[in-house]
Design a binder for this molecule. Sequence first.
Ligand code: SF4
Length: 511
Amino acid sequence: MALHRKIAAVGQKTSTVGRPVFLDKTQGPTKIAGRTEAQPPPCQSGRRFQFFSLTGQEISIATPIFYDTSTAVGRRVHIITFGCQMNGRDSEAMAAALENDGHRIVDDEAEADLVVVNTCSVREGAETRALGRLRQLVGQKRRRCGLLVGVAGCMAQRLGAVLFSLVPGLDFVLGTGQLDRIAAVLHRLEAGERQIVCAEPRNFLPKMRRRHGRPSAEVAISTGCPMACTYCIVPQTRGRGACRPMDDVVGEVKLLAEGGTREVVLLGQIVNFYGLRQLPTIGGKSPFVQLLERIHSVAGIERIRFLSPHPCGFREDLLRCFRDLPKLCHAVHLPLQSGSNRILRSMRRGYTKEMALSLLHRLREDYPEMSLSTDLIVGFPGEEDADFRETEQLFSEIDFDMAYIFRYSSRSGTPAAAMENQISHGTAAERQQILLQKLAETSLRRNRLFLNRTLPVLVEQFSPKNPRIAIGHSFHGKKVFFPAHGRLLGKMVSVRVDRAGVGFLGGVEET
Ligand code: SF4
């Protein structure tokens, strides 16, 4: 679409395109080529052409359409995303870069002639699943002539060229720092290069977007992490931390608001560490709090959320934001990982159980309905029964609304992988079950607090299984399902809550 805007800005001649077409510079400065998708592109050398889809849109062509490629581009691309919200945002940025270059993003993998798997390295299971998917895709090359398969993201950054031996037939490897170069990599492939690795460490912060107008949009404010938790691979795959300039982030939020977005979710590995080393604290307010205040004043934005903060650096100035910034949702996801000080030290988390508990109690006392969620790891090397009981105790004490409870997964290259006293799979699974059972009780108990109440819910999407069921979030971060029509997408709707489950609320629109 950026291409469309660029051409339209010159604005000398207009034509209507009803179907996807190939644009060909050899047809002159003011003419749109007549070849449609159904016709094979000519591949004679010397002819430059580009395919892109502008179904039903008017475009203005003023200058020769010139694309720097001598072979066919214009692929149908499907992106598969594993992992966290940051990866989701990265995938969107890759999609935008590809669309900008004239490719088309397709939802149906079977329709694609380029499949990119954006990977996660946080857990071994995530890498194993991604490798399986890649092998399956490469295996399809025999019957899907011309199919290209690439791997991007954390596993690509971590393993680099090794991936070509793990997945023979793979076409390219694109690390976390190089995602905006995906279009250039594709040009190199089209020119005949094979097995391209682009994984030099570099800070990449996704700015490019595919589309405006989503009711809730994620905005990456920082990348990487300056901490050194002994089990975590992130500092190796995403670097030691960098942040976007504040004006840049606020500018993006304004654009989103103009396009119809009503909620922004600020993303960072440790979101409250934003700008700590680069930007000054002003009037006792950290750079992150300054950023929240600026985003709060953006007209059109009605809700702000952030993911994920760290207990360190969650200070008074940030606590006050929940009182002073009415658009800031009362939902905090605070990854704690363990309730044992011995294990927290071994994990190098940088806080004690007492510090974490004092913060959580403070949040609950000041804002009793605030939704609190966490991440916990069970079966960390050396975790004894007494350590686990402390975690269990902390978990019961706080009554979390939601929690993500993981069995420890060893990552080669991290200090924890070399630690003695690795815990058996069976013990870790048992501990996980204990916490999951507790979670089912606490989540239900917390959600029942909202029964028979009317909550404003931002309609973010419709259920893929039933398009008559709207899905959104309440101000307290509760996922809410209710029957609705498509016209409500992006609207703030009053929903009368009549059902509470583990991790969700159900209700009906109040008229
Ligand atoms: S805080 Fe620890 S767990 Fe979180 S990304 Fe940084 S190193 Fe990894």
